[in-house]
Design a protein around this ligand. Structure first.
Ligand code: PEP
Ligand code: MG
Length: 565
């Protein structure tokens, strides 16, 4: 029996059999091209190599482990930037008329052969580097899409090096027991999705792959942040009992489905759901939330190569709005950038993507795409109760521009005789410190505010939400956060506007009473957390908690805040 430490993304225990998901074999077609195709193959080569170099740059930037690993990635980049590489590939294509895949695989096979025959142990290590680079480049060129979950059974726990948000949704759809990821962080979007689906997942499990074999018994202990490999019989029995207890607690919570989220001292709190993919609407309806407080629309486009058309978006929004009605569906416009889906919009490589062209900036830089989304939302609003919300607003300037674009869209739809409904509440996400500071002015220009604590913590404390190695600095109860939430709520309430919290802070039991005492009107949480949070609301006496508020607001450290709450 072995234990490996990690960081749990969602609480709870999972028991299953290990299934290691590795990179798969690539099929390389060897064929002769026609002379007229040479130019095209060479341009493909340039584009694909640039893409992979950018990808490596991003990995180097994001890499949280060791300098040594970063150096390896740097050396992979050098292989692709070597002028000899370009010269040889160009020769294979232009003179020998090889297709691009054939040219690349020939080059790397020859290079690996040379190094492995050198009889020098240092240089022979370079063989695996060449193989790695070849795999990275060729799998990008071949755009491999093999379904790696094809032969995975339901009692599996998947072991992977890293994971994308789209893969998490596939795992959920297959009803697989859990996930253990060597890299990753608790606040990434893959983790948020796993949590919203109550899917047991451990991230940052360094060294796991080398310590595990397929089909070994595994236990994810999400309550204590570790994985147990080949547990003894008695440990397995103990965890089976814990698992059963957890199921009983979950079943017990189901009794709260029809209970209103009203605090002990009689305040009704709106309890909404966050969704990422349309299928989650079924969970929203099952747990009877007060509506959808955040629909992260960028995840709709997760598997698509092209952006969805206005018509495609309209159909999706319409369906969800109809199902959610009369409760609201709050649609947040695309928030790509940072760790999110930069591939679909062809965003140029950025040194600091989280400070780059993301959120509303992407929409304002790509007006035709933004207009498509706005028009689809305006049209779908005929079929339900839609609110629209904008991400990463830094101040009133952007908000005014956005409102202007909504006006233009309405006019264009009218002119084209296309039915729509512009009677729609307009909200702003407060997730940048400048938006907190100017929340009085922002509140005047919109109908409601929604605090995105995930980013607000990241930008207020200057700590990358995706970098697990500095996660100790990511403190939801840092005094600056408490004061930011209070300032935002006070500014909005002064002019009768409501404030929601839709970041992960709202989904964490331990912060619920604090948020309510700070005056937050609505909480929007992962559907999987809805009943747990409802129980917390029902158990909360806001008046009692408010009596501590002055002391909480004058705390100097997050530790002091945690003690008081
Ligand atoms: C947030 O930042 O808190 C938020 C809800 O948005 P996202 O996690 O999608 O960035
Ligand atoms: Mg955000």
């Amino acid at each position: 029996m072995k234990k490996i430490k990690g960081n749990s993304v969602s609480n709870g225990v999972a028991i299953g059999k290990a299934k290691i998901i590795k990179k798969h074999e690539l099929y390389i077609e060897h064929k002769k091209i026609h002379k007229s195709e040479v130019k095209f193959e060479l341009s493909r080569f340039n584009e694909d190599v640039t893409f992979v170099i950018n990808e490596l740059d991003k990995l180097i930037q994001d890499y949280t482990y060791s300098q040594e690993n970063r150096d390896i990635l740097e050396s992979h980049k050098m292989i692709l930037m070597d002028p000899e590489f370009k010269k040889k590939i160009s020769k294979f294509i232009a003179d020998d008329l090889y297709n691009l895949e054939h040219a690349i695989s020939t080059y790397f096979t020859e290079a690996a052969d040379i190094f492995s025959n050198l009889n020098n142990s240092y240089l022979s290590h370079r063989v695996s580097d060449f193989e790695d680079v070849a795999y990275r480049l060729l799998s990008h060129i071949l755009d491999e899409r093999k379904d790696i979950l094809e032969d995975v059974t339901q009692n599996s726990i998947l072991i992977m090096e890293n994971i994308t948000p789209s893969f998490v949704t596939k795992v959920f759809e297959k009803d697989i027991r859990g996930l253990c990821i060597e890299r990753g962080s608790r606040n990434s979007h893959s983790s948020i999705i796993a949590r919203s689906m109550n899917l047991p997942m451990l991230v940052n499990t360094l060294g796991l792959m080398g310590n595990i074999k397929d089909e070994e018994d595994l236990i994810i202990d999400g309550n204590n942040d570790y994985i147990i490999i080949s547990p003894t019989k008695s440990v397995l029995e103990k965890y089976k009992a814990i698992y059963k207890r957890e199921q009983n607690v979950r079943n017990g919570l189901l009794k709260l489905i029809d209970v209103e989220p009203i605090t002990k001292d009689g305040k009704k709190i709106k309890l909404m759901s966050n969704i990422e993919i349309p299928q989650e609407i079924d969970q929203v309806l099952k747990y009877k939330s007060d509506g959808i407080g955040l629909f992260r629309t960028e995840f709709l486009f997760i598997d698509s190569e092209d952006l969805p058309t206005e018509e495609e978006q309209y159909e999706i929004y319409k369906k969800i709005a109809e199902k959610s009605a009369p409760n609201p569906l709050t649609i947040r416009t695309i928030d790509v950038g940072g760790d999110k889906l930069s591939n679909i919009l062809n965003i140029a490589y950025e040194e600091n993507p989280n400070l780059g062209c993301r959120g509303i900036r992407i929409s304002l830089e790509n007006i035709p795409i933004f207009k498509q989304q706005i028009k689809a939302i305006l049209r779908a609003n005929i079929h339900g109760n839609i609110k629209i919300m904008f991400p990463m607003i830094s101040g009133v300037d952007e908000l005014l521009k956005v409102k202007e674009i909504i006006e233009i869209c309405s006019k264009e739809l009218s002119k084209g005789g296309i039915p729509f409904n512009a009677d729609m509440e307009l909200g702003v996400m407060i997730e940048i410190p400048s938006a907190v500071i100017t929340s009085d002015s922002i509140a005047e220009e919109c109908d409601f505010l929604s605090i995105g604590t995930n980013d607000l913590i990241q930008y207020t404390l200057a700590v990358d939400r995706d970098n697990q190695s500095i996660s100790d600095y990511y403190k939801p109860t840092h005094p600056s956060m408490i004061r930011s939430i209070k300032l935002t709520v006070d500014n909005a309430h002064k002019i009768g506007k409501k404030v929601a919290v839709c970041g992960e802070m709202a989904s964490e039991k331990k912060y619920v009473k604090l948020l309510l005492a700070l005056g937050v009107d609505e909480l929007s949480v992962s559907p999987g957390r809805l009943l747990i949070i409802k129980k917390e609301i029902i158990d909360c006496n806001i008046t009692e908690m408010k009596s501590k508020l002055d002391r909480i607001l004058s705390c100097k450290t997050s530790k002091e805040v945690m003690k008081l709450i």
